[in-house]
Write a protein that binds this ligand. Structure first.
Ligand code: ADP
Ligand code: MG
Length: 655
């Protein structure tokens, strides 16, 4: 028997040539990607536009925070000037030159000599600057936090609203864990980018401009020397960016896969336990996790190289200024005060340049994140075609020449045509995978038919000309797999109908044979259903889902194998309650149980996406087809207690 690792479908190499194996082909860095894959990975245009859109509501707050931060940067720039004046003009004997307005100001106080005798005035000036800095930085933090939290809120709201409106097919295509990661970690990274990095870039620009201004004003030659290494430092950062982009994207993508795996395992915990898959799943997780870790370690090496080279280059620049400045000061080309101030400004200059490198790495991460969020935002919301409106729903339903395939899959339904008379019940029988649920999803317009692949009409109206919300409001569907939210039973049943009363909920539950069960619970209808409804049995969940559908009083009702988990007696009870409540509704019943189907007005039998039989139950009972065979097996005409019925996809049918 193959081990989990040995059964993997491909191997890939890391930089140290160690071979890892994985059964997920998406893990492999792939150069030949389709545009969709690229979009999914976060490679997209228009990132700035998207950020601008998210900034609605927080733009001015950010502006305020940036202004406050600029004031604080300006305060930083004043200290060296005060120190320079103290060293040169007040204490030392080599006065350095200040702009006229500074000299005027000092003269009004009493001149530099006076300041030299009253050094406390200089100290007071330093204190005043410090207070200004404290006030500005306080404002910047408070306003900045408000801005960044507003931004995150806008992003989350926009994303959630958008995801709610995305077509069902999009949800089927994308992993929940991955989407959640995009809405959490990626959103946070974009927040950090705007709130921290972008603000810092502006702050850095203020630093750069002001320090260069002061440096030039003191010594042009030394300033030029200090500038020479800067383009190299910057160029190095920019060149590194590309490598980092790819690296971070890989890391993010694989983080998404790790979360998706955890999420899937939590959702499928019953299957994992029931089949004793804990070890296999843990191995699978560890492999993915190890690969993910190896990507970050690789990233660490890359970043280590980057930062140390940066530090080395900045060290060289500082050394140049230190040495040349000293030489200039010795040769009287600058005063000692100017030298000290210059060194201060240079460190202020080099700090942002070094930060710029780090910033670029952070920014490239944010670029990937905004791209990954953009992948969600770019997905088109579900939209009705122009002119779509409302139409009477209590009419005959016509399926005409329906051919359908899921994306990138072979055809599942082949040229299917049948009619359902208004107010009658249609039964559908067919093996698993024959396309029954797909047909119902098409009627509910969860998927739209491609042009030329047939039409579904209600009365005379093509369902594509009916607004999807109106259509779905008028079709009450009990899905094959009932889903309950982690809310109370009454909330779960009433979720489909706004403003519903408890009486109505109970009446629906009675029809679904659930009321007796629920009233036995200590908290009755207020009983909290655990996550995914685990505190209810399969049959109870199905009945809750049926009750939910019954609250809608819709003219079209679909029961997709919805009575499979209830016993035959309850099945009969529910059907007769249905008959009573919805005498006029058009009902579609999908079932494997002949007793369920026998009361239908007409029945169609589906096999591999084609209709192989149709007629009334009486006609089909004796026409020698699948229906007859199953009828005979289930009614005991044929021998055998447990027989695998043909046409039910190997499903075991009890006699
Ligand atoms: N979202 C999907 N993407 C691709 N194939 C799908 C999807 N959903 C169902 N299928 C395939 O379509 C076929 C019909 O499925 P379905 O309509 O659910 O069958 P039934 O309800 O008759 O058991 C099956 O082969 C199934 O594997
Ligand atoms: Mg199905």
């Amino acid at each position: 028997m193959k081990t989990a690792a040995a059964s993997s479908s491909y191997a890939f190499r890391t930089t140290n040539n160690k071979e890892y194996e994985s059964d997920d082909r998406h893990l492999m860095p792939n150069n030949e990607q389709t545009t969709e894959q690229q979009a999914k990975r976060g490679v997209r245009k228009g990132n700035a536009k998207l950020i601008w859109r998210f900034l609605k509501g927080s733009k001015y707050l950010f502006l305020g925070s940036i202004l406050a931060s600029a004031v604080s940067s300006l305060a930083d720039m004043l200290d060296p000037q005060i120190i320079r004046a103290a060293i040169d003009n007040a204490i030392g004997g080599k006065p350095s030159e200040f702009p006229v307005w500074v000299n005027d100001l000092v003269d009004r106080i009493g001149g530099f000599a006076y300041l030299g005798q009253h050094l406390w005035i200089m100290a007071a000036a330093i204190l005043a600057v410090a207070l200004l800095r404290v006030a500005a930085s306080y404002c910047s933090t408070v306003i900045g936090t408000k801005a960044s939290e507003t931004l995150v809120k806008t992003m989350r709201d926009t994303l959630f609203g958008h995801i709610e409106r995305l077509p069902f097919s999009w949800h089927m295509k994308n992993h929940t864990g991955d989407i959640i990661q995009r809405c959490t970690s990626d959103v946070d990274r974009v927040r950090r980018f705007v709130a921290e990095q972008l603000t810092s870039v502006l702050r850095i620009s203020v630093y750069l401009v002001l320090s260069l201004y002061f440096m030039f004003s003191m010594n042009t030659g030394l300033t030029l020397i200090s500038i020479v290494p800067l383009p190299f430092i910057l160029l190095y950062s920019v060149l590194f960016r590309k490598q980092m982009d790819a690296g971070f994207r890989d890391c993010d993508e694989n983080e998404g896969k790790v979360s998706a795996m955890v999420q899937e395992n939590l959702t499928g915990v019953r299957v994992v336990r029931a089949f004793g898959r804990e070890k296999a799943e843990t191995d699978r997780f560890e492999k993915q996790n190890e690969y993910y870790t190896s990507l970050w370690v690789k990233m660490g090496r890359l970043l280590g190289r980057f930062f140390s080279t940066q530090d080395f280059l900045s060290g060289v620049q500082i050394l140049l200024v230190f040495v040349f400045g000293a030489v200039f000061a010795i040769h009287d080309r600058m005063t000692p005060g100017e030298y000290v101030a210059f060194i201060s400004y240079n460190s202020m200059l080099i700090r942002p340049i070094r930060m710029l490198g780090r910033m670029i790495s952070e920014m490239s991460k944010a670029g990937v994140s905004i791209g990954r969020i953009g992948y969600i935002m770019d997905a088109e919301e579900e939209k009705d075609r122009e002119g779509a409106g409302e139409a009477p729903m209590d009419r005959d339903i016509h399926f005409e020449h329906i051919t359908f395939a899921y994306e990138n899959c072979p055809d599942i339904l082949h040229d299917i045509s049948f009619d359902i008379k208004a107010g009658t019940t249609l039964g559908i029988l067919g093996g698993t995978g024959s396309g029954k649920s797909t047909l119902m999803l098409l009627l509910d317009r969860m998927y739209d038919l491609e042009p030329g692949c047939g039409t579904i009409r209600i009365g005379d109206t093509d369902i594509r000309d009916i607004r999807s919300d109106y259509l779905r409001d008028n079709i009450s569907m009990v899905l094959q797999e009932p889903f309950l939210f982690s809310r109370t039973i009454s909330e779960n049943i009433g979720i489909a109908s706004e403003g519903i009363t408890l009486e109505e909920i109970r009446s629906a539950a009675q029809a679904a044979c659930l009321d007796d069960t629920v009233t036995k619970f200590t908290q009755s209808y207020d009983t909290f259903v655990g996550e995914r409804g685990v505190t209810l049995s399969g049959g109870q969940k199905q009945r809750a889902a049926i009750a939910r559908a019954l609250t809608k009083n819709a003219p079209i009702m679909i029961f997709d194998d919805s009575l499979s988990a209830v016993d035959t007696e309850t099945d009969a009870k529910i059907r007769s309650a249905l008959q009573e409540r919805f005498g006029t509704a058009t009902i579609i019943l999908i079932s494997h149980r002949i007793t369920t189907l026998s009361k239908a007005d007409r029945i169609i039998v589906l096999e591999n996406g084609r209709i192989t039989e149709q007629g009334t139950p009486d006609e089909l009972k004796s026409n020698g087809g699948i229906y007859q065979r199953i009828y005979e097996i289930q009614s005991g005409v044929r021998e055998g207690r447990h027989i695998t019925a043909p046409g039910t996809g190997g499903k075991e049918v009890a006699r």
